[in-house]
Design a protein around this ligand. Structure first.
Ligand SMILES: Cc1cc2nc3c(=O)[nH]c(=O)nc-3n(C[C@H](O)[C@H](O)[C@H](O)COP(=O)(O)OP(=O)(O)OC[C@H]3O[C@@H](n4cnc5c(N)ncnc54)[C@H](O)[C@@H]3O)c2cc1C
Length: 356
């Protein structure tokens, strides 16, 4: 049984958790970053690291190394098609094209180099409080024996950085319910007459709930769709492939792999961003806090909230002050921006009778 105590325990080693761990370790805090999967871990994502996200990392003296990028390394932006066969609208952005497995692992290594302890195969289970301390229950899986053991570790603070299906959030807000949308994408070898430096979003609702997309990494074509509960996601996917074959020269030579996940249903009509920020000495960051834009881009918000959660803990010297109030103040600019972006896009999209 490990008898350990930390200043801060962070649940989840995505961009939000890793950057919070690095910031806190840089400030000499005793930090534990736990991740339920073995590391490096795969994460379903289009892997567009926007200029905004790059600038945040630059400011933190963490320029993205070429080694974590894939071909083509530098993107040119997003092209959006509102209805089937209509013109594409170009939204420029010099994004970096990454695989999340490599990108997120690089972030975890940065946290580790700064002094954070990292435990993989370690799943947050629950927490309780004793006087001023939090007691965090976690399940550790031994990779060799495959046996699980439950341990308790003490901490002054907990950060829930455990993504869109956050369990920390579920415990803090048991009545908060989110609807989820199924996401499915496949990787192919083949040909397509779409520029690999762009991410293409197809908003016509005959092709997908949410939107259908195609992008390219290391010469592989990725084709994905979403489906609301009760809808046939494979049917959408087959129709979208047919559409790309007919209109955009798609020729599939070999299927490489497929993957799927459930994501909060942010594109549902009347969806209101369910921002949740934590209680007492527990903060929520990144997607666990609901921080992403209407197109599901969330890495910049994960970085900003991770950094500001760390800064809030570092400035929490007067214990009579509410930690979540400090945090809310620090991320107010991000919240304003996300809400405005949400409202503007929501208005624009409703006029086209698409997506929903
Ligand atoms: C299909 C798709 C495409 C996307 N494309 C983009 C894109 O191109 N650009 C962009 O900016 N955003 C994109 N996003 C959004 C982006 O992936 C998320 O916003 C971002 O990953 C959020 O980071 P995070 O650190 O909050 O959470 P995550 O990256 O989800 O990390 C959470 C981590 O917590 C771990 N975890 C969960 N539960 C526990 C537990 N109980 N105990 C321990 N560990 C736990 C998980 O294993 C995971 O590693 C996309 C999302 C999807 C679904």
């Amino acid at each position: 049984m490990k008898e350990k105590s930390f200043d801060v325990i962070i649940v989840g080693s995505g961009p939000a958790g890793a950057i919070a761990a690095k910031k806190l370790a840089d400030a000499e805090k005793n930090v534990l970053l736990i991740e339920k999967k073995s590391l490096p871990r795969h994460k379903i994502c289009s892997g567009l690291v926007s200029k905004e996200a790059q600038n945040i990392l630059k400011k933190e003296s963490m320029p993205i190394p070429k080694a974590v990028c894939v071909r083509p390394r530098l993107g040119k932006g997003v092209q959006i098609q509102l209805n089937m066969n209509s013109e594409f609208i170009k939204v420029p952005d010099r994004f970096y094209n990454v695989l999340r497995r490599d990108f997120d692992y690089w972030l975890v290594l940065k946290a580790s180099e700064a002094g954070a302890e990292v435990w993989s195969n370690t799943e947050f289970q629950n927490f309780s409080s004793k006087q001023d301390k939090l007691i965090i229950e976690m399940k550790i899986k031994d990779e060799i024996t495959n046996q699980n053991k439950i341990i308790n570790v003490n901490a002054d603070y907990l950060i829930g950085a455990d993504g869109g299906t956050s369990f920390v959030r579920k415990i803090l807000y048991p009545d908060f319910k989110l609807e989820y949308v199924a996401i499915f994408q496949e990787y192919y070898k083949g040909k397509i007459d779409l520029d690999p430096r762009y991410f293409y979003a197809f908003l016509d609702k005959r092709l997908s709930d949410g939107y259908a997309w195609s992008n390219q990494k290391n010469g592989q074509i990725i084709i994905g769709v979403g489906a609301f509960k009760g809808k046939d996601i494979q049917k959408f996917h087959a129709k979208f492939i047919e559409y790309l074959e007919e209109g955009y020269g798609l020729r599939i030579e070999e299927k490489i792999r497929k993957e799927g996940c459930m994501e909060p249903n942010i594109l549902k009509k009347d969806f209101k961003p369910g921002f949740k920020f934590g209680k007492n000495n527990i903060l929520l960051v990144g997607e666990a806090a609901g921080l992403m834009n209407i197109f599901g881009e969330g890495i910049p918000a994960a970085f900003i909230s991770g950094i500001e959660a760390a800064n809030s803990i570092l400035s929490h010297t007067d214990k009579t002050q509410s930690l979540s109030d400090i945090y809310l103040k620090r991320i107010s600019k991000l919240l304003k921006k996300l809400t405005k972006n949400w409202e503007n896009l929501d208005k624009t999209l409703s006029t086209f009778n698409i997506i929903r």
